[in-house]
Ligand binder design. Sequence first.
Ligand code: ZN
Ligand code: ZN
Length: 732
Amino acid sequence: MFGTGEKTPLQHGDRDGDNDNGCFTLQRLRKELANGRLDKAMAELEGLSRAELCIDSNTYSMLLKQCGKVKSLVYGKQVHNHMMTYDLDHQTFLGNHLMEMYRRCGDLDSALLVFDGMYNKNVFSWTIMISSYTEQGYPEKGLQLFKQMQDKNVKPDKVTVSIVVGACSAICALEEGREIHLKIKDGVLESDIFVESTLVNMYAKCGCLAEARTVFESMRLRNVVAWTVMITSYAQHDQGEEALILFRRMVSDGVKPNPYTLVGALTACSSLRSLGSGRNIHVAMLRHGFDCNLTLGNALIHMYGKCGSWESSWNVFCKMHVKDVISWTSMLDAYTMHGRTKDTLQLFEEMQWEGIIPDKVTFLSILAACADLSAHEQGKRIHATIISRKLHTDEMLGSALIHMYGRCGDVEGARQVFDNIHEHNTHTWTTMITVYAQHGLGRMALSLFDEMLRKQVKPNEITFVSVLSACSHAGLVTEGWHHFDSISKVYGMSPTSEHYACMVDLLGRGGFLKDAEDFIQQMPIEPDVLVWRTMLSACTVFNDIERGKRAAEKCIVLDPGYGAPYVLLSNIYALRGQWKEVAKVRELMRENGAKKQPGKSSIEIKDKVHEFLVDDDAHPRISEIRVELDKLHKKMEEVGCIAETNVVLHDVEEEIDASLMKHHSERLAIVFGQMMTPPKTVIRIRKNLRVCTDCHATIKNMSKILDREIIVRDSHYFHHFKDGVCSCKDYW
Ligand code: ZN
Ligand code: ZN
C-alpha cells in the first residue's frame, strides 16, 4: 500500500541450475530471454514445440518469470501448454512459478487450477494462492486458505504472515488479525519489520489507533512504511496534532519521508488549519529533494487553501508541470473559500480551455462560487453542462444547484432542479425549503416541509432554521411555536442558538419586543451574538430605544470587533443629547479596533461579474453611471418619489452621510444593470451588507419608475422589488 515493503511470494523460492540439453534452439531461447526479448524467446519455444522437445525446469521458470513481469497472459498460457505436454505443471517448483505468473497477470482462476492440481504444495504454493485471492478482492477466501494451510501442518513464513495480515486489514477482520498478532507474540508465527508494519497498518485500518501505536512503539526498527501508516492514520482520524508530533520525531530519527508520508503530514496541517506547520513541511519536502509532482502539489494546494493562504496555493499551482482535475479543483476551492469567487469563475474558464474535464467536486466548487456571486447566467450554463454529463439527478449536485438558483434569486429555477432529482434526502428537501424561506415565500416553505414529513424524511437542525424563519416571514406565530417545540419533543434535538434567534425574530417582527426580550432571558443556553443581533434588528425597526440600547451593549460585549452596534448605540445617545456617552462609545470602538465593512454590490452582465464600492472609481464606466444615477434621483424627486431619510435607528452598517448614501453601491449596480440590459429584464444585485432603509425605499421607487423587477440579495435576505413594493414587506 505504501510503496515499499512488499515481498513477492517467490522472491526466495527459486534456485538457479545449469542443465542445458545442448539444443541450439534452446540456447537461442535462453539468449533472447537473457536480453529480455520475450516475443523472440516465445518464437523459439514454438520451434521446440514443433520438434516436440521438453526443456529444463530453469528455462521454464525463467520464461514464466518474464511473462509475469510483463504481465503477458497469452505467452504465459503458451508456456503452460508446453509444460502440460510433459506433465510438468503438477510439480511443486514449476507449479509455483506457474501460479506466480498467473498471480502477476491477475488470472485467479488459472492460478487456482494449478494450485488444485499440484501433488505437493509447499509454503510458497499456499502463500501465492492466498496472495492471489487477496489481490483479486477476495481476502476472506485468502484467510480461509490460511486456516487450511495450518490444518495441513504447513508452517507459514514471514511473507505468508504479512500477506495474511494485509488480508485482514483489507476487510477489517480485526478478530483474525488479533489472533495472528497473538500467535506472533507467542512465537508460533514468524515476524519481521515488514510483518510488524503490516500489523500497524491492520490496526490503523480497523480504527484501533491505540493498538496500532503500541505495535509501532514496540518495533525495534521502524521503516518509513510504519511511520507513514501512523502519521496518515492520525491525520485521517482528526488527530492532526499527534500526526505532526510523529512526523517531527520521524525526521529527527533520520528517516527520510516518502511522498505518502508528506501527504499525510500535509493533511494533518489542513485539518488543524496550521499554516506554519504546513510551510515547514513544504520546506522539508524541498530539502529532501521532492519536487511538486501531482500528488504532492495537489496536497500542497489543498493545505494552503484550507490554511487561508490562497496566494501560496496559487504559487504551487503555477509551479506544477502536470496538473489534473484535482489540482484545478483544489485551486478553485482555495479561491472560493476565501471569497475570491470572481477568480474562481475565471480559473474555471481557463480550466476548460486547457481541456480538463470537470468532475463532481469541481462542479460543487464552481456552483458555490456562482451562488456567492449571484452569477445566474454562468450558473445556468454550468447546469446545462451538468445535465449533458447526466449528473443532474445526483443529490449533492442537485442541492448545490437549488442553492445556486436560490442565491441568484431564481426560485422557479431552483424548484425545477428540485423536481428533477430522483431520490430526495434531508439535504435536498432542506435546501429547497431554505430557498422559499429566504425569498419570503413562507407558506410555500411550510407546505413543502409538510410534504417532507409526509414522505417520512427526517428534518435536521438546518431544516428547522428555515422552517422557523419561514413562519417568521409569514407572520405565523402559532405555527412557529409549534415547530419550535417539536424540535425537542418530537425529534429529540436540542434547539441551537440559531433556532432561538429565529424565535426572537418571529416575536420581534410582530412587534412583541417585550416577549422577545423575556424569551431571551429564559433561554436554557447562553444567548449568543446572533440572538442579540436579531433582537437589535427588531428594536431598530420599531424604534425601541431602551431595548435597542441593551441589545447593542450585549452585541458589543460578545463581538467587540463588529462595528454596527457601536454606531447604533452612539446614534441613540446622540438622539438624547448625551454627548459624553457618544464620545465614550466612539472611544470604545476605536479601542476594540471595530471596523465597518465597506459596502460592496455586484451584478452579472453577459457572464461577467461587475463589482461596485461606495466611493470607488475602479469601474471603467463609473462616471457615466454616476451621471445616470443623478438623473434618476432627479426624476424621482420630480414625480414626488423622495425616500424618507429615517431617524437615528435606521442604518447600522453603512455611512448615513446623505451625499454618500445617494451613491451606495447597490444603486450604482442597479443603474449599470439598467444601462446594460434590454427593458423589462430582471435586474439581480448582490450586496455584502444589509440594504439600508434609505436605499430600500429608493429601490422601491426605482422599480416603479424604471418598470423593472429588481432582486437584491443582501447579507440577510432576498428583496424582490416590483411596482414600488418589496417582498419583505419592509421588514428585514
Ligand atoms: Zn444604502
Ligand atoms: Zn425588502
